[in-house]
Design a protein around this ligand. Structure first.
Ligand code: ADP
Ligand code: MG
Length: 226
């Protein structure tokens, strides 16, 4: 099976009071098409650092990152920015919507940045809003949305450019249990239906049954759930 996301021997350290503190230590992970992986681990164990490296936001001190068959470590800034825009969908703990844009405008902005054809973009916005149950909210501003709706808009935004890889960092942290399940179900469905590779960092044990694999980040490496 094709792997859309491969991390090979990733090592990363941060400077801490004049000392180098290793956060990721020869971490490796392969996620296949349509696979949804959960990553757990204590606060400070390096989960966000790992996701930032997987998402081309942070360059690892050493190791390889392959995204959809392409090695990305060492690429120029502009190339990395294009890769993030076209190949990666990020979902964060808080939706981070732009306050002065309506729901549909939040999505159209992504399409515009990605140079998507306008007609195709309109069609995709319609499709995503319907699918995520947001059709009636298309003209609303973020401050008029509930927490669950905002997070669904953030998911729609992450899916807008049909990325190969979905990366979610504690996407349910600000939601109640049932909204949280909905959000994770959507991520799982999108991975399955469209053959994406999805990785979700979470502390939420209730959503684990929706994932194909659960890994723990411990001592800088990912180990299978015991
Ligand atoms: P997690 O997401 O699992 O809580 P992080 O990846 O955010 O963990 O952080 C892992 C460790 O790396 C923590 O000790 C944190 O303080 C440190 N760290 C993260 N980012 C930076 C940074 N930009 N500069 C220095 N230290 C950092
Ligand atoms: Mg974190």
């Amino acid at each position: 099976m094709r792997h859309r996301m491969i991390l090979g021997n990733i090592t990363h350290a941060f400077e801490d009071g004049g000392m180098q503190r290793t956060v990721l230590d020869h971490l490796s992970l392969q996620v296949s098409e349509g696979e949804f992986v959960a990553v757990m681990g204590p606060s400070g164990s390096g989960k966000s650092t790992f996701l930032s490296i997987a998402g081309a936001l942070l360059k690892p001190a050493s190791g390889e990152v392959w995204l959809d068959g392409e090695a990305i470590v060492g690429k120029e800034k502009q190339a990395l920015s294009d890769i993030r825009l076209n190949k990666i969908g990020f979902i964060f703990q808080s939706a981070n919507l732009i306050p002065y844009l309506k729901v549909e405008e939040q999505l159209m902005l992504v399409a515009k940045l990605g140079d998507m054809d306008k007609a195709k973009a309109n069609e995709r916005v319609r499709e995503l809003l319907l699918k995520l149950g947001l059709d009636h909210r298309r003209s609303a501003y973020p401050d008029k949305l509930s927490g669950g709706e905002r997070q669904r808009v953030a998911i729609a935004r992450a899916l807008m450019n049909d990325p190969a890889v979905l990366l979610a960092d504690e996407p349910t942290a600000s939601l109640d249990a049932s909204r949280g399940m909905d959000v994770v179900r959507m991520i799982a469905g999108e991975a399955k239906e469209r053959g994406k590779s999805a990785i979700m960092v979470t502390h939420d044990e209730r959503v684990l049954p929706l994932c194909d694999r659960v890994l723990y980040l411990e001592n800088g490496r990912l180990i299978p759930q015991r």
